[in-house]
Each structure stands twice: as structure tokens, then as C-alpha cells.
Design a protein around this ligand. Structure first.
Ligand SMILES: O=c1ccn([C@@H]2O[C@H](COP(=O)(O)O)[C@@H](O)[C@H]2O)c(=O)[nH]1
Length: 280
């Protein structure tokens, strides 16, 4: 059993102290070029360090996108390890966006990679894909409970193609995405101030009033900025659940680098817009 507080408790404290903004660490090749960095491991390291140093005291959560590190092989993964360690050492929660999902016995290995406290890539939370069946995620749910980590399950993703799978209606008349939300509400039952098992629900999706988003857990909302959603969309999309939303912005902030004060100003502007939208 873990001695740290559950992820949901730590996330709520971070959201209350700093606001809910989650900034992605997504070292796209185009961003490395725009920052005057090489599309190489040194560029990756400089990019990630700059983001963490500039924003660690300002955001609730960093969300490194594993794909951009993995494309450099073992040396990229070493940079990812250092990025996670630096961000956590600076007191910022880390949500690893690796979207893992597989049969249960393999899922157990993914869980060990990201959710076992002594693992090199241990993160406060991990994105997971439930499309091998929600039950296949059980090893990750169990290890997250033991280690005080969190999970974010892909429920209604921000991309236009997602509805093909997530809005498909099952034999019981419920959509696949709604079923994932219902599983998460069960995981989080009774947790206070909120549970550690979140859903990914895109800020781009418009009216979601036909879905029950009140899962007593966090709702990671990607899609603000480069994908076209704005902070003002959040109340319309999330309704009464808006207080549990963790809005993610990646390129919308990162495009302002490499100058640290420009990164800080961009993140602060998004944070202000989000605060106003959620309060309003
Ligand atoms: O439904 C989803 C799930 C994850 N993402 C990830 O979030 C960021 C978004 O980046 P932007 O630059 O702000 O568009 C990226 O890492 C995606 O892989 C998502 O967009 N939608």
C-alpha cells in the first residue's frame, strides 16, 4: 500500500493551488525547428528542460507525449526519464501520455513500466486505451490503487475520427464512450475530494449533455489551441462537471518558445481564460 495520497487528492490540491491547466510536453519536429533546435536528442533534451524550467511552478500538470521521445529510441526514452524526474522534483504532477492498452497479461507489464514507484518512468498518472475491453485495464487499475497513481481512460477523444468507435452503440443501448464513463464512476465511488480514475474527453466535442460526465474523477480535456477548441467552450462541453476538467494545451503554449517568459505568458493567458470560463 502506498504512503502517498491518492492521485485524485494530489491533483485536486494542485488544481486549487495553481488552476487546472495541464501543459503538454510535445517536442514535434516542427517545434524543435521553430525553437532553433536540432531534430535530435540534444534538441529534445533542451526543449523539455526549457518547458519544465519555465512552467513547473505555474501549471497543475505536465503531460509529456511519449511518442515524441520514443521516436529517438533508447536515448529519447532516457530524456523522457529525466524530464519526468525533473518535473516531479519541481513539484509538478506528471501525466504520461502513452495511451497503453493490451490484453491483461501484457497490460500488467505496461502498468509496471509507468505505475510502479521504483520504475524509471514512474509517473503520477498514465493515459490508457480501453479498446481491448475495460476489463483488460484491471492490472493498471490495481497497481494505480496500490501506488497512489492515477489513470486517464480514453472515453471520448478530441479527434474527429473517435466517434466511429466511441459513439458506437452497444447491444444494451449504451454507447461505448458512455460505458467507459460508467466504469470510471464505479472506480471513483466514494472517493473524496475526487477519485484517481479520470476520463479523456475532448474539448472539441461540442454538446455532450447526452453523456454522464459526473464520474467523481478528473476529465482531461485536450483540444484547446491547435485543435480549435477554446477555454470558452469548456462550460458548454462539460456542463456541471466543468469543475473537474483538466484542460490540456500543448502546441498552443509550446509555439511561444523557446523564450521562457513568452512560454510563461502564453500559459498564464490560457490559465486566465480557463479561470474566467469556469467561473462564469
Ligand atoms: O483525445 C485526445 C487524447 C490525447 N490527445 C493528446 O493531447 C495533446 C494535444 O496537443 P495539442 O498540440 O494541444 O493539440 C497531444 O499530445 C495529443 O496526443 C489529444 O489531442 N486528444
Amino acid at each position: 500500500m502506498s504512503t502517498v495520497s491518492p492521485f485524485g487528492t494530489r491533483l485536486r490540491a494542485a488544481m486549487d493551488a495553481r488552476g487546472p491547466l495541464c501543459v503538454g510536453i510535445d517536442p514535434h519536429a516542427a517545434l524543435l525547428a521553430r525553437w532553433g533546435l536540432g531534430d535530435d536528442v540534444a534538441g529534445l533534451e533542451r526543449f523539455s528542460r526549457t518547458v519544465v524550467d519555465a512552467l513547473a511552478d505555474q501549471v497543475a500538470v505536465f503531460k509529456p507525449q511519449a511518442a515524441f521521445f520514443e521516436r529517438f529510441g533508447s536515448r529519447g526514452i532516457a530524456v523522457l526519464e529525466r524530464t519526468v524526474a525533473d518535473a516531479r522534483a519541481a513539484g509538478t504532477l506528471v501525466l504520461m501520455d502513452a495511451k497503453r492498452g493490451d490484453i491483461g497479461s501484457t497490460m500488467a507489464a505496461y502498468a509496471e513500466t509507468f505505475l510502479r514507484p521504483d520504475a524509471p518512468l514512474f509517473s503520477d498518472a498514465l493515459t490508457v486505451s480501453p479498446y481491448l475491453g475495460y476489463g483488460s485495464l484491471r492490472p493498471a487499475v490495481e497497481l494505480a490503487r496500490e501506488s497512489g497513481a492515477g489513470l486517464f481512460v480514453l472515453a471520448l477523444t478530441s479527434n474527429p475520427e473517435g466517434g466511429e468507435v466511441q459513439r458506437a452503440v452497444r447491444e444494451d443501448g449504451r454507447s461505448v464512450g458512455a460505458t467507459m464513463l460508467a466504469h470510471l464512476a464505479e472506480e471513483n465511488a466514494g472517493a473524496a475530494p475526487m477519485g484517481s480514475f479520470g476520463a479523456v474527453v475532448g474539448a472539441t466535442l461540442g454538446d455532450l449533455s447526452s453523456f454522464d460526465l459526473e464520474i467523481n474523477g478528473p476529465l482531461l480535456a485536450p483540444g484547446i489551441g491547435a485543435q480549435g477548441a477554446t477555454a470558452a467552450d469548456l462550460p458548454k462541453v462539460f456542463g456541471a462537471a466543468v469543475g473537474n476538467v483538466v484542460p490540456n494545451v500543448s502546441r498552443g503554449v509550446l509555439g511561444h518558445g523557446p523564450d521562457a517568459s513568452a512560454l510563461r505568458a502564453a500559459a498564464a493567458a490560457f490559465a486566465d481564460e480557463i479561470r474566467a470560463a469556469v467561473a462564469g
